[in-house]
Design a protein around this ligand. Structure first.
Ligand SMILES: Nc1ncnc2c1ncn2[C@@H]1O[C@H](COP(=O)(O)OP(=O)(O)O)[C@@H](O)[C@H]1O
Ligand SMILES: [Mg+2]
Length: 361
């Protein structure tokens, strides 16, 4: 179900007293929430239940939010291009922007198309064009067309779009949303004002997560929250989905539960793997890694990612570190292009052995 459909069903069910930040300092350290949680949304996934409805509720993007608020104040809204990694609030921000811009009847003024809708060249030519050229009957502002997940639009469709963006600027504003800006053709990029949504800052993500933990009565330890944040890595959607899954499966959530729930290796596992690769002889190290993978159901992709991060704290010559990083990325690439787990695990162990030889030389 697309976000917009979800909103149509849920409209009007929000609690009358909105969640407010207890700090009145505008845009700064909005780290504590008060107020009651959204009601009437209990059957929704938490990512939807706790999707911020207003721009003020969005955390970690003070600069973006204050700039787009200024566009509304000055009545000078350009075409927008939001880009950045998943789960950072791009879709949320444009929907909150539309609510603020148009008020309760915002849905009448917005056309939202996302990756699940057909957005080939014909749709761009016909549907978007028809919507863009339609005259507004009761209002004299502009309409908003949101093209979410635009990475998946073909170049031909984007080329058709660029003409339409230009032609209908008088009565339509576009908001193009994507993960990778490089997937948007330069001609479309240059017609928009760009906003980068960076991964959510740790402190602000934590305070938002803690607020949801409180609303949902989740029994979680501080190291559980830290593990959650480590896995999510600034992706709020991931953090909330993992939190909800852990809450459904366990009465008490700690670090181990979080790693178990996601199938991610625990820091202890990574430490063990690196230790055995450095200190044991090849065959022993290889069978130790394989055994741990089997016992804990770990994927090599996840192990390689974590070992990669672990290397940062390593005190070995730079040359060996560079070699390891290079080889690990090659293993990651091989895995994603069909390399087998067995061969790539052996390759990882072998890589550490070669790095050791380099150090001992
Ligand atoms: N900046 C943010 N502040 C508060 N919640 C956020 C933020 N970004 C994401 N979220 C949470 O994550 C969910 C997914 O966000 P969304 O806007 O759909 O991300 P995307 O950047 O992938 O479009 C939201 O429903 C919300 O619960
Ligand atoms: Mg989105």
């Amino acid at each position: 179900m697309s976000d917009i459909e979800m909103d149509i069903e849920e409209e009007g069910e929000r609690s009358p007293s909105p969640i407010r930040f207890s700090s009145s300092a505008k845009g700064k350290s909005k780290l504590k929430y008060e107020g009651v949680p959204p009601t009437g949304k209990d059957n929704l996934p938490w990512v939807e239940k706790y999707r911020p409805q207003t721009l003020e509720e969005i955390v970690s993007h003070e600069d973006v939010v204050s700039t787009i608020e200024r566009f509304i104040e000055k009545d000078r809204v350009p075409h927008l291009l939001f880009y950045g990694p998943p789960g950072t609030g791009k879709t949320t921000a444009i929907l909150a922007f539309a609510r603020k811009l148009y008020g309760p009847s915002w849905k009448n003024m917005v056309l939202e198309l996302n990756a699940s809708d057909d957005r080939g060249i014909n749709v761009v030519r016909e549907e978007i064009k028809t919507y863009a050229s339609m005259q507004r009957m009761f209002s004299n502002g502009f309409k908003l067309i949101i093209l979410d997940e635009a990475d998946s639009m073909t170049n031909a469709a984007q080329n058709a779009l660029r003409r339409i963006v230009e032609k209908y600027t008088r009565n339509v504003r576009f908001c193009i949303i994507c993960n990778y800006i490089s997937k948007i053709i330069p001609a479309v990029q240059s017609r928009c004002t760009r906003f980068r949504f960076s991964p959510i800052k740790e402190k602000e993500a934590r305070s938002r997560i803690e607020y949801i933990i409180q609303c949902e009565n989740v029994n979680i330890s501080p190291d559980g929250i830290s593990a959650l944040q480590k896995i999510a890595n600034g992706d709020m959607r991931k953090a909330l989905n993992v939190l909800q899954a852990c809450h459904a499966a366990y009465n008490y959530i700690d670090e181990t539960v979080v790693y178990k729930c996601t199938g991610n290796p625990e820091p202890e596992d990574i430490k063990y793997i690196v230790n055995t690769m450095l200190n044991d002889e090849f065959t022993t190290a290889y069978s130790n890694v394989q055994k741990l993978k089997r016992e804990k159901g770990l994927a090599l992709q996840d192990i390689v990612t974590e070992v990669h991060k672990y290397l940062n704290d390593f005190e070995i010559p730079r040359k060996a570190i560079v070699f390891l990083i290079d080889q690990l990325s090659q293993i990651q690439y091989n895995l994603s292009t069909g390399g087998t787990e067995h061969a790539q695990t052996a390759s990882m162990v072998g890589t550490f052995k070669t790095a050791l030889d380099m150090i001992n030389k």
